[in-house]
Design a protein around this ligand. Structure first.
Ligand code: GDP
Ligand code: ZN
Length: 375
């Protein structure tokens, strides 16, 4: 028996559509599901992922699932093609508690990072997240550059970013920290909170409305688990012993995990949120709206802000309107994103080539089957 799993089950409403709605079901997923419903499939939300096995909340309860053979064939080696925690999927229930996933419904948002392995592939850490709490603590670990990096990831995902300055009880000058954070997070709400004296917790709660999917990201030790526990109103198990059936019987795991809080918000608790790097340039533009706004006034459209005449960015730095460190951070992240994109393009070309090779081979084989050995 384990507390975590009981929590998921007991805080969810009974069976039926209500159960799906409690997990965030609604448009645009319902519309995307029409064709699947016609095939008699169930809709469900992935709450746990563990090496190709999924725990899925459906109108018929919680089912343990794997993807179909056809799904695997079509998704191939692209990890982003597979279900991730938070995804809505179409599945067929089998006789037992098991199910087969046939499709992933289009994601509204996705938190993506480059694959930690050698390949430069996108890995979806969390799907259909509404609010990304970027947590950074008010002590020596406070680092604006890291904050920018996490913000870029959330902007990239399509979720709404909120900056949470944690451990406010440790800081003397909370207002100073807040101003510094606001300066690198244009247009983003900044909340100062403390799990020790409880300040700011009501503000965080207001971002966690029922059926809203929230994820806390930030470096290790900044207080994410403490924050989630406070939102849950109790101590969640440090090791989430979720059981998944597989060939080797039942086992426990602490993989990515979506849980429903007593007040109805959905919190994604994921250990994989550490070394996050922005995936494409769109998130950067939003994160660095101040730099981009200044750059829009540069005389040359391709201005590199390195002393060109009429450079509005340099002017903004000289006048103190823009922090030079912001420009430097933007450059660094843009370089990283461009580098990843180039590697991604190269990989795509290689994959395309090998796909053609396979097709040629199979055509040759068919010709041989039909007409005998080619001349
Ligand atoms: P995580 O790695 O981001 O999940 O961080 P944890 O939630 O495990 O917290 C790391 C440490 O910071 C723990 O020792 C917590 O007790 C401590 N901590 C968390 N929140 C606060 C806070 O608001 N104030 C203070 N003083 N310490 C905190
Ligand atoms: Zn310029």
């Amino acid at each position: 028996m384990n507390a975590e799993r009981l929590t998921i089950a007991s805080s969810a409403p009974a069976e039926g559509l209500d159960r799906l709605v409690a997990f965030g079901w609604g448009e645009p997923f319902a519309a995307a599901f029409h064709a699947q419903a016609a095939l008699g499939r169930l809709a469900g939300r992935v709450v746990v992922e563990d090496r190709g096995r999924y725990l899925v909340e459906t109108s018929a309860g919680e089912l343990s699932a794997t993807v179909s053979g056809r799904f695997r064939f079509e998704a191939g080696a692209d990890p982003a093609g597979y279900p991730a925690v938070g995804d809505w999927v179409a599945l067929d229930r089998r006789d037992d508690d098991g199910a087969i996933i046939h499709a992933v419904l289009p994601r509204r948002t996705a938190i993506i990072r480059r694959d930690p392995g050698l390949r430069t592939a996108a890995q979806v850490l969390a799907a259909n997240v509404d609010v990304g709490l970027v947590v950074t603590s008010l002590n020596r670990d406070f680092n604006l550059r890291r904050l920018e990096r996490y913000l870029a990831v959330v902007w990239d995902s399509g979720a709404e970013p909120v900056v949470v300055l944690s451990k406010a009880d440790l800081a003397e000058d909370v207002a100073g920290f807040r101003a510094a954070a606001e300066a690198v997070a244009p247009g983003v709400p900044v909340l100062a909170v403390s799990a020790v004296d409880g300040r700011g917790m009501a503000d965080v709660h207001s971002w966690c409305a029922p059926r809203t999917t929230v994820v806390a990201i930030g470096s290790s030790g900044v207080g994410k688990s403490t924050l989630v526990n406070a939102l849950a109103g109790r101590q969640l198990q440090p090791v989430s012993a979720i059981r998944l059936d597989d060939d080797r019987g039942r086992h426990t795991t602490r993989r990515r995990h979506l849980l429903r809080l007593p007040d109805g918000a959905l919190v994604l608790d994921t250990p994989g949120m550490r070394e996050l790097a922005p995936w494409d340039a769109d998130g950067l533009a939003a994160s660095f709206a101040d730099v981009e706004a200044a750059a829009a006034n540069c005389r040359f459209a391709d201005c590199r802000h390195e002393g060109e005449p009429g450079c509005a960015v340099t002017a903004a730095i000289v006048s103190g309107e823009l922090d030079a460190a912001r420009l430097e951070a933007h450059r660094k992240l843009a370089r990283e994103a461009a580098h990843l994109e180039r590697r991604q393009d190269a990989l795509a070309r290689i994959e395309e080539r090998s796909r053609w090779k396979v097709i040629h081979k199979s055509v040759r084989r068919q010709m041989k089957d039909r007409y005998g050995e080619a001349p």
